[in-house]
Design a protein around this ligand. Structure first.
Ligand code: LRH
Ligand code: MN
Ligand code: MN
Length: 382
């Protein structure tokens, strides 16, 4: 139990700056009182999540949603608030020029503009001390014949290599994939295989980011996790939940069993310290800070259950071909109520055993609602 607790105490989960801003769907953005008006205020909110959970010491930025003049100063601001700047997320999907793609656009001038933005994101990493650059491309086509699928892969490879060669020190590149949306016919990085193949060619610093919301219904995500970890190519998760498409709901809300199965493969593949755990969510109808806190708790609960799987008993059942016994061992861990264990761990660490309730009691939500007028939209969903 002490070993399980130590692993849980060491787990770090990054929160995204965009989770704190107003968000919605393409039909409606619901504004909430007290949402941040600046990157600094998003960092303040992220610091609250860390203060109540002790598990979210870094905040991911999205450029240019979090554009500031002085990124070094922003990093210092974060440190003073009790967190650090985490992953830098690039954005080459919100400009008219990118209608036909960014790094895969048939027009070399547009490709250059997109690559320049990605290089600028590496400058932001230099200034903030952030280690990871996360790339997600909305690039693709809507109609058969619209563009040459192979040429687009060549353009993608060239752009990735340019950015990869700009990385220094311990900087890494995370290549995220997504099945569809906003392109509906072809997507240039639609799945883990495409991302993996590009990362393999690029080299050690390039790894795959698995966003749990970016797969077709029924996809066995834990298989992808097991495979990538075995190959040393799983760099990060973007955690969220989906029912239908890229819903960005709170992780573990739609399918806590799937989250457990994924985290079991992380534990099995010794990935708990290796892989970056990030949330990539938006809270359209619920409060944002407690929504993030709840999500952290959901990841912790799934991780605790994954750590409780009796590996020796599982292996012996597997080796003897006892299907039911093996499944029993697995389900026994999943069906364990780990909330008392996590509450105990939090108390031992000087935290409130119920972080959501503690946040609600703290008065922070009322304070920001009173002080912040005219909060910002997260950046997308308008
Ligand atoms: C794309 C995505 C990607 C973006 C984020 C806002 O759907 O998952 O990670 O950066 O959403
Ligand atoms: Mn994502
Ligand atoms: Mn997404």
């Amino acid at each position: 139990m002490d070993a399980v607790k130590a692993k849980l105490a060491g787990q770090r989960i990054e929160t995204p700056s965009w989770a704190y801003g107003n968000s919605g769907t393409r039909f409606k953005v619901f504004t909430q009182p007290g949402v941040p008006r600046s990157p600094e205020e998003k960092i303040d909110d992220a610091a609250q999540v860390h203060a109540f959970t002790g598990a979210a010491p870094s905040v991911a930025l999205h450029i240019p949603w979090d554009k500031v003049d002085d990124y070094g100063a922003l990093a210092r601001y974060a440190r003073d608030a009790g967190v650090v700047v985490g992953t830098i997320n690039s954005n080459v999907f919100q400009d008219d020029d990118y209608k036909l793609g960014s790094v895969t656009n048939p027009d070399p001038a547009v490709r250059r503009k997109a690559v320049d933005h990605l290089l600028e994101c590496v400058d932001v990493m230099d200034a903030t001390g952030s280690r990871d650059l996360k790339l997600w491309f909305s690039d693709g086509t809507n109609y058969p014949g619209q563009d040459d699928i192979r040429d687009r892969q060549d353009r993608l490879a060239e752009a990735l290599a340019t950015v990869y060669n700009r990385l220094t020190g311990d900087q890494r590149m995370l290549l995220e994939y997504k099945l569809f949306e906003p392109a509906f016919y072809t997507t240039d990085v639609p799945d883990w295989g495409t991302s993996y193949a590009h990362c393999l060619k690029l080299g050690e610093r390039a790894t795959v980011c698995v966003d749990t919301g970016h797969h077709a219904p029924g996809t066995n995500i834990e298989f992808i996790v097991a495979f990538l970890l075995r190959e040393g190519k799983l760099g990060a998760f973007d955690f969220n939940s989906r029912f239908y498409a890229d819903d960005d709901l709170m992780v573990g809300a739609a399918d806590p069993f799937q989250l457990f199965r994924i985290l079991y493969e992380v534990v099995r593949g010794d990935g708990l310290e290796l892989v970056s755990f990030m949330l990539d969510q938006c809270h359209n109808i619920e409060l944002k800070i407690p929504g993030q806190i709840r999500s952290i708790c959901n990841v912790q609960e799934a991780t605790a259950k994954a750590l409780l799987v009796d590996r020796a008993a599982l292996k012996s059942a597997q080796d003897s071909g006892d299907v039911l016994a093996a499944n029993d061992v697995f389900m026994d861990a999943y069906n364990t109520d780990v909330r008392p264990l996590l509450a105990e761990l939090r108390t031992e660490r000087g935290l409130d055993p119920d972080p959501v309730a503690a946040y609600r009691r703290s008065g922070y939500q009322q304070k920001i609602a009173a002080e912040r007028v005219g909060g910002e939209q997260a950046g997308w969903g308008a």
